[in-house]
Design a protein around this ligand. Structure first.
Ligand code: ADP
Length: 570
């Protein structure tokens, strides 16, 4: 229905466009052409069909008038006259048709029907409705009048009906044409206003697009927008800059790297947190976003030293009205300065901690020596020295933690490692602790389970998680360590049924020195550094750590690490 309507509109608009392209003379001649063609046909047929009409002076006069009218259409400079001047032609057409009709009577009675041409012209011309209707009625009425009068006094009802029928028919045609042309004009106006609205919308949308591009190119974060199929919709200047800086020297700028052939050295180099290992293809921020993942603070390194940049990436999905996935926006924020400041601070803390350890060891060693000879000391002095010893040991533990915390993530040496072996040795060293705390240890890890990690660091992270699980199960219970390999990743879980935490506490446990209220109240020893160290180690391996917990019901820590194949035999 709508298609038909639009194709009708298309035809009407095309005809209208071509008609407007003609000059005024050609336009007037075109309106007159159908009538002229019929008259010419009549003249050609007359000698054979109605030879008598050619003897009528009136008919000959009408032919001359028709000829003059058509010539007038072509010769009169209508463009210089008013818009309604040309209507003189259809009015004179009525006169010419009247002459033809009365000249050709009684041979060609039907000629009055030709009045339909001037009537349509007058009605569609846009002239005042009243004038048009009067002309359309009385013009044809006058055409039949002379032959009616000629029949006086022998007029029959059939004669009257014939004479009256024509003006009424023409009146009906005039009204129909007028309604149709009014309707057409209304439609045209509606179309024009729709077109104007569309033009305004288009201009507004172009303006918005310009504004959006200016904003996108002004901000100092890189932005990529992709559709649901991963096609790049938009890349801003800053992102192009990141990519070209990360591309091996001598290569030209191209579209988004993450979507192209993996391992192609014309593409920007994205590295994991160790700043050396190329990011696995499915960990590329844009690829993750295309899979519908929403994330924030995913740190990747662009390019190689010395132009290497630390970039924090985040992605949000674009949803359609039905909540379906329509694409994603990925944001790249250069945090090289911040990362360098943090590592400078860590280095400072590591240096200071290291410097503290030597004198502290000397203090503790000397206190141990003095306390070895307890009998030679006053009981009060022993008590005081023991307090000093305990605090010096606490200080040493704190300094050691700080040192580890600062350096844990700094250097890792990944190699193909059997995670099952690491779990086994971690459980083995936690055995005594667990027994004392009445905690049962359980493992569910298929052996061997290969991962590409630094065994020393991941062992340290695992020890932290297992010792926490035991430590925060004050009433005893069950701790289970399980691991599975899935889609290029190894997922390790440490699950306990201990004291658990609230959601708000769980969200803060990876922050340095944070301890939950329950842990402090229960006087469980600790300084709140273990998990931040664990997180740094895991992330250094390009992995992720998360925790789910419920107060009184226990906690589950999940570590995801990029897997690797078994070590080569060589
Ligand atoms: P520490 O154990 O030395 O306090 P961590 O960084 O290892 O430091 O842990 C930070 C805090 O997280 C702990 O103080 C404790 O409140 C909470 N926490 C860690 N592991 C668990 C766990 N398995 N169950 C409940 N709370 C935990």
């Amino acid at each position: 229905m709508q298609n038909k309507e639009s194709s009708d509109r298309f035809i009407a608009r095309t005809v209208d466009r071509y008609f407007r392209r003609l000059g005024p003379r050609a336009q007037v001649a075109l309106c007159q052409l159908p009538l002229t063609v019929i008259i010419v046909g009549l003249v050609i047929a007359a000698p054979a069909a109605w030879p008598a009409v050619l003897t009528s002076e009136l008919f000959i006069a009408s032919l001359v008038l028709h000829a003059l009218l058509f010539a007038g259409c072509l010769l009169v400079p209508w463009e210089r006259l008013g818009p309604y001047a040309q209507l003189v032609i259809p009015i004179l057409d009525l006169v010419a048709i009247g002459l033809s009709r009365n000249g050709a009577a009684p041979n060609l009675q039907g000629l009055s029907v030709l009045a339909i041409f001037p009537v349509i012209w007058l009605s569609a011309s846009g002239m005042a409705a009243k004038t048009g209707i009067i002309l359309s009625f009385f013009g044809p009425a006058l055409i039949g009048l002379p032959s009616l009068l000629a029949k006086i006094p022998h007029i029959t009802p059939a004669d009257i009906t014939t004479a009256v029928l024509l003006p009424f028919m023409m009146l009906a045609v005039s009204l129909a044409v007028r309604f149709a042309s009014v309707n057409m004009r209304l439609q045209q106006r509606r179309l024009e206003s729709q077109e104007a609205e569309m033009r305004n919308l288009l201009a507004a949308s172009k303006e918005n697009e310009r504004l959006l591009h200016t904003i996108l190119d002004t901000v100092d974060v890189g932005i990529i927008a992709v559709d649901a199929d991963g096609k790049v919709l938009l890349v801003n200047d800053q992102q192009n800059h990141f990519e070209s800086a990360a591309r091996p020297v001598g290569h030209t700028l191209d579209a988004d790297p993450s979507l192209k052939n993996d391992g192609d050295d014309t593409q920007p180099l994205l590295l994991s947190q160790d700043r050396k290992t190329p990011l696995p293809p499915d960990r590329h921020p844009v690829k993750r976003a295309i899979r519908g993942e929403t994330f924030a603070d995913h740190l990747v390194w662009f390019g190689e030293s010395p132009r290497q940049r630390a970039v924090s990436t985040a992605a949000r999905a674009i949803r359609n009205d039905d909540g379906g996935f329509d694409g994603a926006v990925v944001v790249f924020n250069d945090v090289t300065g911040l990362v360098e400041a943090i590592s400078a601070k860590d280095e400072f803390v590591a240096n200071v901690s290291h410097e503290f350890r030597t004198p502290l060891n000397a203090v503790i060693g000397n206190l141990d020596l003095v306390l070895e000879d307890e009998e030679a000391l006053y009981p009060l002095a022993v008590e005081r020295l023991e307090v000093a010893q305990r605090n010096a040991e606490r200080l040493l533990a704190l300094v050691s933690d700080l040192l580890v915390s600062a350096s844990a993530a700094a250097h890792i040496y990944p190699r193909k490692t059997d995670l099952a072996g690491l779990v086994e040795s971690s459980i083995g060293s936690a055995h005594l602790h667990a027994e004392r705390s009445r905690v049962e240890l359980d493992t569910d890890v298929p052996a061997p389970l290969w991962v590409h990690v630094d065994p020393l660091r991941i062992g340290q992270a695992l020890d932290n998680l297992v010792s926490n699980a035991i430590k925060y199960s004050p009433d005893g219970g069950h701790v289970k360590v399980s691991a599975r390999s899935e889609k290029g990743w190894v997922r390790l879980q440490v699950q306990d049924a201990g004291m658990g935490m609230t959601e708000a506490e769980t969200s803060r446990i990876f922050t340095r020195f944070y301890r939950s209220a329950a842990a402090k109240e229960a006087s469980i020893p600790g300084v709140g550094l273990g998990l931040s160290i664990t997180k740094a180690i895991v992330e250094r391996h390009g992995g992720e750590i998360s925790c789910t917990s419920k107060p009184g019901a226990g906690s589950t820590f999940t570590v995801a690490l990029p897997a690797d194949g078994p070590p080569s035999q060589a």
